[in-house]
Design a protein around this ligand. Structure first.
Ligand code: G3P
Ligand code: MG
Length: 256
């Protein structure tokens, strides 16, 4: 397998700080406003979640349902694009973001390319749509980042990652677990994933040593305290996902 060269496949450009859900503390999560703010604060890399609508279009949203982050109601996979396009994804965060749209993956990709952001798309399938979501997100990502550095696609769903691999053999993939299982290396190898993603509180020094020896970067979520980020970097973690890009980003600049 020959992977495309991206910020994620070259150790010299591998990001240290990744804005989680576009940096969802200062701006509404998974929005274009978040991407703009991350770029303004000098954060070079972002993570966001992509889920399919009833029309099979990838949209940026974390939950299966619309209620928590938007003015809509019901399941994302049961909603049509025409309805999602009308939603306000900003007001629930703060009234000053009223009118912020729910973005499609296409809109986010265009803005990330314009802003020069390195991207991790987390494939977030609704239950039962794992393979379709993986395949669709990978196919769209190949097209949307054509001629540019490809994003890293990650998922908790192995079925989604297998489908992504099938659709885009050159795509860099990351495998997400809350806690890495004992056979994590073998399972990364089976899908050709280049990175291990897990919860910051669940990473052991044994896994970090094994990852270092195998030259597999470890990315940890969600780290909102700068001293925790520094402790993780000192233990060998390659990058952290943070909602607090103002705190963790600023405190860790010297680490890059
Ligand atoms: O991709 C890292 C992190 O985003 C995984 O958890 O639930 O915030 O998508 P979640
Ligand atoms: Mg995520």
């Amino acid at each position: 397998m020959i992977l495309a060269r991206t910020g994620w496949t070259d150790p010299r450009t591998f990001p240290r700080i990744v804005a989680h859900r576009c940096g969802g503390a200062l701006a509404p999560e998974n929005t274009l406003a978040g991407l703009r703010l991350a770029a303004q604060l000098g954060i070079g890399a972002v993570e966001f979640d992509a889920m399919l609508s009833a029309d099979g279009t990838p949209w940026l949203i974390h939950d299966d349902t619309l209620e928590r982050t938007t003015g809509g109601a019901g399941r994302v996979c049961g909603s049509h694009d025409a309805d999602l396009r009308r939603l306000d994804a900003g007001s629930r965060h703060h009234p000053s973001f009223s009118g912020e749209p729910l973005p499609t993956l296409a809109a986010a990709a265009a803005l990330c390319r314009q802003l020069g952001l390195t991207v991790n798309v987390e494939i977030k399938p609704a239950p039962g749509f794992e393979a379709l979501t993986g395949e669709t997100v990978a196919r769209h990502a190949l097209e949307l980042w054509r001629g540019a550095a490809l994003p890293l696609l990650s998922s908790f769903s192995e079925a989604a990652l297998r489908a992504a691999r099938g659709a885009a053999p050159q795509m860099p993939l990351g495998r997400l677990w809350e806690r890495p299982p004992a056979d994590w290396r073998q399972r990364l190898g089976e899908i050709g994933a280049i990175a291990l993603h897990c919860a910051a509180g669940q990473i052991g020094d044994d896994v970090l040593a094994e990852a270092r020896a195998a030259k597999v970067p470890v990315l940890c979520y969600t780290v909102n305290d700068p001293s925790e980020a520094d402790r993780l970097f000192a233990r060998g973690v390659s990058a952290v996902f943070t909602d607090r890009i103002d705190r963790v980003g600023a405190a860790s600049v010297d680490f890059a």
